[in-house]
Design a protein around this ligand. Structure first.
Ligand SMILES: *Cc1c(COP(=O)(O)O)cnc(C)c1O
Length: 342
């Protein structure tokens, strides 16, 4: 039994999802003729209280398009030092948009409004123009940490007061919503743009959607084209996204539960130094020595359990649709045995 805890991107479409894909109505989306893509874009836009949506191949593309559309060269964007936009998008902010970046250091990637103020540049010839605040919810490198509604709204007020544009990297926004007491409606009017991944916990094979105002999405559509992201009969993959938002949101509770159980098991093991409090489907924990990490990951791999090192002595597990209750039991057994062989 292969068990893959490297990421929630490893899931494969279920027969029901494949069936929905097979029966999609499609057309050439560069000509604006794919009704399934249009339906997905509209459905998510309405859900999040936005005017329009744009279907893209990846979350990197939706984030990078947002940065490009919101800024011009000599601008600066603000994000947390743990942000995906900063760490895992190949420095795209500089490459595509010619902007600089200001990093904030926080607890688990949750930015508080009072931390942003010192990041705003005074109007001087030798300083870039502070333009855009990007937050991430949930925070991947923060161990799946979740913003409260109040925290997101306080940042919105701050942005309005200081003339900043406000972007949400919501790759895992549904994980945040399922684990919290807020809904998509509560987010209406909060962000200028939102990026959502369909290929993470939602279980679709490909795709992300960017949401925002009509003119922003019009501009973004053109940027998507120049990035090489204009797709043709991509309704087949958009259909998987539609299926996912209809069927795979509530079930994320199972992923969160299994992550929590993994966190508890890990906390009880003497070779584990610490475990970040599990809030959603990501478990980040550390061993006592960095040198133990490779041994531990190799040991798991020998038992066909796959995980990634997460810097220093840290390891990350991510639960998802293809990680079952049976697999959870198996992982617990194997984790417990490592104490014995060590
Ligand atoms: C996965 C992810 C993205 C987008 O990644 P792609 O692999 O390009 O789809 C963006 N932000 C966060 C926080 C992510 O976890």
């Amino acid at each position: 039994m292969r068990i893959d805890l490297r990421s929630d991107t490893v899931t494969k479409p279920t027969p029901a999802m494949l069936d929905a894909m097979m029966h999609a109505n499609v057309g050439d989306d560069v000509f604006g003729e794919d009704s399934t893509i249009a339906e997905l874009e509209t459905r998510l836009a309405v859900m999040f209280g936005m005017e329009a949506g744009l279907f893209c191949p990846s979350g990197t593309m939706t984030n990078q398009i947002a940065i490009k559309a919101h800024t011009q060269p000599l601008d600066e964007i603000i994000c947390d030092q743990l942000a995906h936009i900063y760490n895992y998008e190949t420095g795209g902010w500089a490459f595509h948009s010619g902007v600089s970046i200001k990093l904030i250091q926080t607890q688990r990637g949750i930015i508080q409004a009072n931390q942003v103020l010192p990041c705003i540049q005074p109007d001087q010839d030798w300083l870039p123009n502070t333009r855009l605040l990007c937050i991430e919810n949930t925070v991947n490198r923060g161990g799946g940490s979740v913003y409260s509604l109040n925290e997101m709204k306080a940042l919105k007020e701050f942005c309005s007061a200081h003339n900043l544009i406000y972007h949400l990297d919501g790759a895992r926004i549904f994980n945040a919503i399922v684990s919290s007491n807020y809904t998509t409606e509560d987010l209406h009017g909060v962000f200028d743009s939102v990026s959502i991944c369909l290929s993470k916990g939602l279980g679709a094979p490909v795709g992300s959607v960017l949401l925002g105002k009509k003119d922003f999405i019009k501009k973004s559509r053109k940027i998507r084209k120049v990035f090489g992201g204009g797709m043709r009969q991509a309704g087949y993959i958009a259909a998987a996204g539609l299926y996912a938002i209809e069927n795979n949101v509530e079930r994320m509770k199972d992923d969160h539960y299994r992550a929590k159980v993994l966190g508890e098991t890990l906390s009880s093991l003497s070779y584990v130094a610490s475990v970040l409090d599990v809030e959603t489907n990501i478990v980040i924990f550390s061993l006592h020595e960095a040198s133990e990490t490779k041994k531990f990951i190799d040991y798991l791999a020998k038992h066909d359990i796959h995980a990634v090192p997460f810097g220093g002595n840290s390891v990350r597990f991510v639960t998802h649709l293809d990680f079952t209750e049976e697999m959870l039991t198996r992982v617990q057994e194997i984790l417990k045995k490592f104490t014995l062989v060590n």
